[in-house]
Design a protein around this ligand. Sequence first.
Ligand SMILES: Cc1ncc(COP(=O)(O)O)c(C=O)c1O
Length: 386
Amino acid sequence: MKRRQAIALGERPLGQSYKSRSPLPLNPHITSLPPYNAGMNVAVARAISGRDDIARLASNENPDGCSPKVVAALASSLFEPWRYADPACAELRAALGEKLVVDPGLIVVGNGSEEMIAAISRAVLAAGTSVVTTVPSFGLHEIEPLAVGATVVKIPMTPEMGFDLPALEKAISSQPRIVFVSSPWNPVGPGLDHAALRRLVSAVRPGTLFVLDEAYFEFSDPGAPDGVEVLRASGIDYVVLRTFSKAYGLAGLRVGYAVCSGIELATVVAAAKTPFNVNAAAQIAAIAALADASWMKASANGVRAERERVAAALAGLGFRVAPSQTNFIFFDCKGDSASPAAELLRQGIIVKAWRERGYETYLRVTIGSPADNDRLIAELAKLVRR
Ligand SMILES: Cc1ncc(COP(=O)(O)O)c(C=O)c1O
């Protein structure tokens, strides 16, 4: 019964592809997709744990919420729900262009950066083309290319839980149509430093699009490379992806964007999205969030400090913890991580047990409020002592 309900909601048990019994021929690229490992719904977590105070540490949301200026803008007369939003997001693109010192014509705004991953895949890939990414990976870097019939080569992390630069260089120089690299890296955590980013960029040959997904850019330590700046001077075809979902705290509104290397690429990526993809509330909120940089910076600083505290505590409990430049921590539980994840859930803490083959012993935990982080550390300590 539970399984049938899950399928009715468009979800599938992890690790299984959808088996159709319909006489209607369905798109085999879609029916064979691996499922996306989304964070658990809070109502389900409440039902399982019997607790109201759920610590949501699975989806890398911002524990501080969002800038109060966002809430004020949404409550103002700027927000007219009865009007269609600007399909070009002109005001937001102008604000982003000014902040990033980029021609707004090179920026495409999406319903979350996830929509841009889909649009880039539709715009650039076709059946039979290939994509390179890392493993463990952000699910959509694999799912969206597979959805359009491409094949995906995944380069594993090193034993030290870092980027395998020689293997990535080799795979990139084999001229895949797209390279998707997230830096800082979801789910592992480290970021490419200047030299490493330059090495990967140098491996890109004509005919390959280099997509640098910087969803967690704002959580990087000072001095980390800024992909928009570095790639501007590179001469390669590229897209830098950023989002308002993480450091700006707008995950529920769905706004992300692509900074493209050229007008033609930006035009084709924009053509591959739906016309009214970013709703009016999201556009108003993103403009207000961008204008309140001091709120975002203070929040990101707080998250960074908590990240170091939680990482040290987990290492102190004996876990092998990956270096992180993000708002989450990835660590090895040395046994199937589904079991500690289930125990944490019984205590009202949602975390993400990694399910990609070869990485099932890893847990990814989002940095939450200090109180939620304390709860996580205390419950993990109990599990370790058992
Ligand atoms: C690396 C990476 N890219 C893109 C996204 C998509 O974010 P959004 O669609 O909320 O902008 C995420 C979300 O978790 C992510 O981790």
